[in-house]
Design a protein around this ligand. Structure first.
Ligand code: GUN
Length: 297
């Protein structure tokens, strides 16, 4: 194998150590400890596990977390009321609503109700739009994690051709804009892209977030490319694999993320970082509410 592994587990552990020191310093200087409220609706086991992992990670770094469990048949209006309550609670600095939501609840209305200053998932349209103009309050954790992996692996971004496979609002599009902000030339490929391989072969940095195991094969990758695999696919034999044919692509790439242990661990680490940033910003503004209107317009 020619490629060097980008060890997301080790890099995420480093970020968590940094966050722990930040939280301790904040506590010592101001007596304020960041607080994340996580809302879980219904009893989907995967969502419950994600929320549990986030709460555990908070605890490890000294962030307070509050978990709010709500029934799957909760009327949407009551969920929106609960979010509004958290928006105006000065002791809560960060809010996330675990997705997916039950079908009777509008994801759009829910995400738009979270105050952008507390939207540590970065899914509010004000934060997504902020990324477009280069000034978001929060960027979603996975794109942020991808950028950290590149930075901490000393991968220069400026002037490189970054090709993103996948145009989702939570990964593909924000990753493209982050890389653009760092002066990459960016191509976004998606389900309708003709001759995908012709695009991926041009990539100096290839980010694959399509949710299709084995989508990117060795012949689709340029010699020496940096490959970031965001896919998490569970096969029928129980194995978890990415979107990239790892053994073949690793023969061509210079750096590659494994699955698991690449991008995945970064997502929670960056959520912790966003939570500390939310707390700091709210504390510095001297209130828990107010500036959202500047972004909403
Ligand atoms: N469901 C799957 N990933 C995520 C995430 O990053 N944030 C939230 N809120 N829900 C999710």
């Amino acid at each position: 194998m020619a490629a060097r592994l980008i060890d997301g587990k080790a890099i995420a552990a480093e970020i968590r150590r940094e966050v722990r020191l930040d939280v301790a310093a904040m506590d010592a200087q101001t007596g304020v400890v960041p607080c994340l409220a996580a809302i879980l609706i219904g009893n989907d086991p995967a969502s419950a596990t994600y929320v549990q992992n986030k709460a555990r990670a908070c605890k490890e770094v000294g962030i307070t977390s509050v978990r709010i469990d709500l029934p799957a048949d909760l009327p949407e209006a009551l969920l929106l009321q609960e979010i509004a309550r958290l928006n105006s609670d000065p002791a809560v600095h960060a809010i996330l609503v675990q997705l997916p939501l039950p079908p009777h609840i509008s994801e759009k209305r829910v995400l738009e109700t979270i105050l952008p200053e507390k939207d540590v998932d970065g899914f509010h349209p004000a934060n997504l739009g902020g990324l477009l103009v280069g000034k978001p309050l929060f960027v979603a954790s996975t794109p942020l994690g991808i950028l950290e992996l590149l930075n901490r692996s000393n991968v220069g971004i400026e002037g490189k051709h970054a090709v993103i496979v996948g145009w989702s609002v939570v990964v593909g599009k924000p990753t493209a804009f982050l890389l653009l902000q760092h002066h990459a030339t960016v191509t976004i490929c998606h389900i309708k892209t003709r001759d995908l391989a012709a695009h991926t072969r041009q990539a100096d940095i290839l980010v694959v977030a399509a949710g299709k195991p084995g989508l990117v094969t060795g012949s689709m990758v340029k010699e020496g490319a940096v490959v970031i695999d965001v896919g998490v696919n569970r096969l029928i034999d129980g194995r978890v694999v990415g979107d990239v044919d790892f053994p073949r692509v690793a023969e061509k790439a210079s750096l590659i993320t494994p699955v698991p242990g690449g991008v995945g661990p970064m997502t929670v680490a960056m959520l912790l970082r966003n939570t500390v940033d939310a707390c700091r910003r709210i504390r510095d503004a001297g209130c828990s509410q107010g500036a959202a209107g500047d972004y909403i317009g």
